[in-house]
Design a protein around this ligand. Structure first.
Ligand code: HEC
Length: 363
């Protein structure tokens, strides 16, 4: 099997591609400036940290020596680095591939030269031209819209639009057009709404106008009875065991005080019926067994190379040196929240969702 070097293996496309190549049995090296602990764990020894875009050509050639094929997914959404990364680096990489005869697969953007209005698209286009002129064997791919299990950048925006209940008359972070423009440009600090899209001013206004038009649609119709939902929350659901709501409850799960302002009814229904389907990106359930035989099941709060901090199911916080553990089992993709499919009837789920939708903090 040929060895494939994936550059940018911490990004949306690069990471999904690196995992897929590994699964299919290719030799794979994944390069990135930095990986998250979760990514490093998934890629194992194939994960190589390197400040690749700033390496001179000779160092780049040395690093890629063993690869038969190079896939370049490195890109920056915004900022002064655009020329450095999209044009200068792509051009050095192309020279390395031209000299060694390696196939270069390069991820670029859709559109044509006359559409280029941003530094992002201009520098991407110039990178392509450098590759074409280099004489290296190449394939340039121009995906328009990319979705993958994780969400970053542009796809995170689409996700945010899908999950946020934007179809309401008044947006709490954006009561008027100017503030909506700022939200789309900069994101909202401390929330999952990211900022920093490669949109120019006109495109940002267009998107703001689209979002505003959603607010003129009739609000989502919710079938259930929120009063009865509130009762179920406290009784049959025992939701307060794990969730804080209005200052009361356990903290294993996320706070729900304002959940109705952040999540659509469809998302809330999915969270109740199929909790694993709504797991946040960096969420990890795990089971730790200490050398003296104690077993702790809980949720990861923090982790570095040598230690890990865990919140157990009853809210207690533990910190372990990894060397002191006999076993550390990671239940990736699992949620400690039980599914209420079967426990609650269809109309009870409707009531509960209606109650959750009504939770909007002190608004
Ligand atoms: C044993 C603990 C536990 C119980 C009981 C529990 N949850 Fe959860 N819940 C969690 C955890 C942990 C998460 C985060 C992981 C996930 O999304 O599955 C979560 C996630 C959620 C989310 C998604 C939040 C978001 O930001 O997307 C909602 C909504 C939710 N729970 C509602 C409920 C309701 C309503 C009940 C009661 C019917 C309930 N939970 C009972 C632990 C629990």
């Amino acid at each position: 099997m040929p060895v494939v070097a994936v550059l940018g293996a911490n990004g949306l496309i690069g990471h999904a591609l690196a995992l897929d190549l590994m699964r299919r049995g290719f030799g794979m090296r994944g390069y990135a400036r930095r990986f998250t602990p979760t990514q490093r764990q998934a890629l194992g020894t194939a994960a190589q940290e390197s400040p690749m875009p700033s390496l001179p050509q000779a160092a780049l050639a040395k690093l890629l020596e063993e690869a038969d094929l190079v896939v370049n997914t490195i890109g920056v959404l915004q900022g002064a680095d655009s020329n450095q990364v999209h044009r200068e680096f792509a051009s050095r990489l192309a020279c390395v591939c031209a000299a060694s005869g390696k196939l270069l697969v390069h991820l670029s953007i859709p559109g044509q030269e006359q559409d280029d209005r941003t530094l992002f698209s201009r520098s991407k286009r110039e990178g392509e031209q450098a590759i074409i002129a280099s004489g290296a064997p190449y394939v340039i791919l121009r995906p328009g819209f990319v979705i993958a299990p994780a969400a970053y950048g542009g796809s995170a925006l689409i996700r945010a639009l899908a999950v946020l209940p934007l179809a309401q008359p008044r947006l709490r972070h954006a009561p008027d057009d100017e503030s909506l423009f700022v939200v789309i440009r900069d994101g909202i600090k401390g929330t999952e709404m990211p900022g920093g899209y490669a949109l120019d001013t006109r495109e940002t206004w267009q998107l703001a106008a689209y979002v505003r038009s959603l607010g003129r649609m009739a609000p989502e119709k919710i079938a259930g009875d929120p009063k009865h939902g509130q009762e179920l929350y406290a009784t049959k659901g025992r939701c307060a065991q794990c969730h804080i709501n209005g200052g009361v409850g356990g903290s294993l799960g996320p706070e729900l005080t304002e959940i109705g302002a952040r999540r659509s009814a469809a998302h809330l229904r999915a969270a109740v019926l199929d909790p694993a389907s709504t797991l946040p990106e960096d969420f990890l359930q795990l089971r730790a067994v200490t050398k003296d035989g104690q077993t702790i099941t809980g949720v990861r709060l923090n982790e570095d190379t040598f230690s890990i901090q865990v919140r157990d199911l009853s809210g207690g916080i533990h910190s372990f040196q990894k060397a002191d553990l006999k076993e550390l089992q990671r239940d990736t993709g699992k949620s400690p929240m039980p599914s209420f499919r079967g426990t609650l009837s269809t109309s009870e789920v409707d009531d509960l969702v209606a109650y959750l939708v009504s939770l909007r903090g002190n608004q």
